[in-house]
Design a protein around this ligand. Structure first.
Ligand code: GLU
Ligand code: MG
Length: 437
């Protein structure tokens, strides 16, 4: 049968899902101007495909305008047209940004960062996922055998990332059952989130072609190993030079980077509903899982919400260029655009408030009393999505970063998602999320 090359114009929504519409690839140039039609209430389609309370009802029309720089064309199967998609921004039909377009929200946050500090964000996402149709693969963490068992998959993912314009870094058999991790090289600005989205979709496309079923769900079993998203962040100054490292400062953080980190930690309890936005995210965010359970800074500590990553003296890359910090309280149930926007706005707030450099923790915080934690400015992160959402909704500084009406719509979206799983056992809720992420 004859097949025609198609292109899907997509956007990442509040559920972190990539949704879009396909058009014949031959129309690409035209669609860069016209886009594809979009519907406001789509923003309230939860990850379980039920529609939350929507202020838009059946009214209104929008356009999803592709950004040609994100065009992906990958050959994941022989003798058929390539799989093609392009990411974009949702706009009103007069061209204005739509308040609920996650990519526009991030672009606004990045523009504000530049305006107040002159800094450009430079970063990358790390993704962990598990194959859910193979039980425990029996291969150990980081083993050559584990890599070999999925060599075709791993090699195909890396080739497809490259073909999609993403610069691959590493791929490995992680610690959990049939768990793998893929990392990419850092990019500037909105491309950091674009490449996270593209990589997740590339993993899905390759897996599909090879009969694998990957899940990026935060945790498959409340007692199991988590699939984290770790967001690496550093900055470039106006001349494009690294601006995160200062060898003579506390924790080697440059003054502006330290304030940015302090802002993230100060507002973390109120933004976690955006960075770890599912019911099951909170099974992962518990102590001793190498995820994140407190609003702490760790100097090379993998149990911290923000970890200062190592620099090596023997690398061919300068220390200033290597230096970055990593946000660990995120997972793939969130939109990378919203996650990064929340972090950037919290960082901007830290710069504006001129917050002091946080102390780094180096002990088991779960063993400390609440009073002892409080005396050091530390709190346990919210332990459920309803709790996290309440903190978000109640923090006017945080909701004020986002466009008018955003917070209310976001909370309603998430409340509908919660309702979908609230009568399920923890295990059944994990299974429900595993089916959709
Ligand atoms: N799987 C852990 C998580 O849920 C991370 C392990 C690691 O340090 O890579 O974040
Ligand atoms: Mg890992």
């Amino acid at each position: 049968m004859k097949r025609e090359e198609m292109m899907l114009a997509c956007s990442s929504d509040l559920a972190g899902k990539i949704r879009g519409k396909a058009f014949p690839a031959a129309q690409f140039e035209k669609r860069l101007h016209r886009g594809v039609g979009w519907t406001p209430t789509n923003v309230q389609i939860t990850c379980f495909d039920v529609i939350a309370e929507s202020p838009f009802g059946s009214l209104g029309d929008l356009v999803l305008i592709p950004d040609a720089s994100t065009k992906v064309s990958i050959d994941v199967e022989d003798n058929v047209p390539p799989e093609q998609f392009v990411l974009g921004n949702i706009r009103y039909t007069d061209g204005r940004s739509w308040e609920f377009c996650t990519r526009s929200i991030l672009q606004d946050a990045l523009a504000k960062l530049k305006e107040i500090s002159g800094l450009t964000l430079f970063g990358a996402f790390e993704h962990e996922f598990q194959f859910c149709n193979m039980g425990d693969d029996g291969h150990g963490a980081f083993t050559l055998a584990g890599f070999r068992a999925e060599r075709e998959f791993c090699e195909s993912v890396i080739a497809a990332m490259r073909q999609a314009g993403v610069s691959p870094d590493t791929i490995l058999r992680e610690f959990g059952a049939a768990q793998y991790e893929v990392t990419m090289n850092p990019q500037k600005g909105v491309t950091v989130a674009d490449h996270s989205v593209i990589t997740r979709e590339v993993v899905g496309a390759v897996a599909n072609a090879l009969g694998r079923q990957p899940t990026f769900t935060p945790i498959r079993d409340p007692a199991g190993v988590g699939n984290g998203v770790h967001i690496h962040i550093s900055f470039l100054d106006e001349e494009g030079n690294p601006a995160t490292w200062d060898g003579s400062s506390k924790h080697e953080l440059s003054p502006v980077a330290a304030k940015f980190v302090a802002g993230i930690l100060k507002y973390l309890d109120s933004i976690i509903a955006i960075t770890a936005p599912s019911v099951v995210s909170y099974f992962r965010l518990t102590p001793h899982r190498w995820s994140a359970a407190f609003n702490n800074l760790g100097f090379r500590d993998r149990e911290a919400s923000v970890r200062i990553c190592p620099v090596s003296d023997i690398s061919d890359i300068s220390k200033a260029s290597q230096f970055n910090f990593e946000f660990r309280a995120a997972d793939a149930t969130g939109s990378p655009y919203l996650q990064l926007a929340a972090l950037v706005y919290a960082g901007i707030q830290g710069i504006k408030e001129n917050l002091p450099v946080p102390d780094a923790t180096a002990e088991d915080l779960a063993a400390l009393s609440t009073e002892e934690l409080a005396s050091r400015g530390l709190v346990r992160l919210p332990q459920s999505l309803p709790d996290a959402l309440e903190r978000f909704a109640a923090n006017e500084t945080v909701t004020g970063w986002f466009p008018k009406g955003f917070a209310d719509v976001y909370v309603k979206h998430k409340q509908r998602e919660i309702k979908h799983v609230e009568d399920l056992s923890d295990q059944a809720a994990c299974a429900a999320y595993e089916r959709v992420y």
